[in-house]
Design a protein around this ligand. Structure first.
Ligand code: ADE
Ligand code: ZN
Length: 326
């Protein structure tokens, strides 16, 4: 499984930070965040909302562009090791200079330096999706969107939204999604991880996204499942995250296989891998063990993922050619 080529469209950069990396930075900077670690050195949290606050506490150690360069290099090293050919990561200006455009440009340059190094070494090729944090509110999303609009290009290709799904309604963020769309950014939004079909419909109507982060609770409405299949909206599914956070009790309860059967486009990602004790290889192995997915199924899924990827046509074609080699 490790050597199987993979495409990962849903990864939070800070959420991919190994706990030892964050602990090391905390020590370097004399920041006391010992309460976010368990006795084995892993991240410790009670539930999804607590996970979000532990995540934000971990981010306080990422104090400048150099920390983000090191983080991106570490994350891409792991992605390359896991066989990820192409990846997209969520980047939040809120954690990179607090939405200040000048600061954001410096953070972005550092992140891109690590991304360029990975690509040049034949490792994972990365693109960035700028992602305001929903529970920071619609006003805080505006400077983040401005950062996105000002830095759209070969690397920053997408715009999304993450954070607590129950904070406000999709229409509260229509303004920033309109800004991003006007600037030519591709759009995705977390929805249907915690809130059901109505929230997914509102997201599709008000934010006009091409992909949904998670989207799994669409499974509760067969009409919506058919609509997703018809429209080709891709679900960025993170099965291990959903099971670890308790959206489903076990992988065999997860609707991913049903979505495939019904013709909904899906891709597989890790979300925040060390928080959920997962890797891309583990995700693939678990799907093979639970649903009998074989190499051909993974290849077809990854071709679908590349067709929904937020990249230029030449990169898409090059990646699809590599996937077809296998
Ligand atoms: N931020 C990091 N991981 C997230 C998730 N699974 N859902 C929403 N926001 C997130
Ligand atoms: Zn996510």
């Amino acid at each position: 499984m490790k050597n199987l080529p993979k495409v990962e469209l849903h990864l939070h950069l800070e959420g991919a930070a190994p706990p030892a990396f964050i602990r090391g930075l905390a020590q370097e900077k004399n920041i006391d965040i010992s309460e976010i670690f368990d006795e084995n050195g892993g991240y410790k949290y009670r539930d999804f909302n607590h996970f979000l606050s532990v995540y934000e506490a971990a981010c306080t150690t990422l104090t400048g562009p150099e920390e983000f360069r090191r983080l991106t290099a570490a994350v891409l090293e792991e992605s390359s090791e896991q066989g990820v050919l192409y990846g997209e990561t969520f980047l939040s200006p809120d954690f990179c200079g607090g939405g200040d455009l000048g600061a954001w440009r410096e953070y972005l340059a550092a992140i891109q330096e690590a991304a360029d190094a990975s690509a040049a070494a034949g490792g994972t090729e990365l693109r960035g999706i700028i992602t305001p944090i929903r529970h920071f509110g619609p006003e805080a999303a505006k400077p983040a969107a401005k950062c996105a609009v000002e830095t759209v290009g070969d690397f920053i290709t997408g715009f999304g939204i993450a954070g607590a799904e129950d904070a406000g309604e999709p229409r509260d963020f229509a303004y920033v999604f309109d800004m991003a769309r006007e600037a030519g950014l591709h759009l995705t939004a977390h929805a249907g991880e915690w809130r059901g079909p109505d929230h997914i419909r509102d997201t599709l109507r008000d934010l006009r996204v091409a992909r949904l982060g998670h989207g799994v609770l669409a499974a509760n409405d067969p009409v919506l499942v058919d609509e997703l299949a018809e429209s080709g909206v891709m679900l960025e599914i993170c099965p291990g995250s959903n099971v670890f956070l308790g959206v489903y009790d076990k992988l065999s309860d997860h609707p991913i296989d049903m979505f495939v059967e019904k013709g909904v486009k899906v891709s597989v990602s890790t979300d925040d891998p060390p928080f959920f004790h997962t890797t891309m290889t583990k995700e693939y192995q678990d799907l093979a063990d639970t649903f009998g997915w074989d190499a051909a199924r993974f290849r077809d899924m990854n071709i679908d993922a590349m067709n929904a990827a937020f990249c230029d046509a030449a990169t898409r074609d090059r990646m699809i050619a590599k996937l077809k080699e296998n």
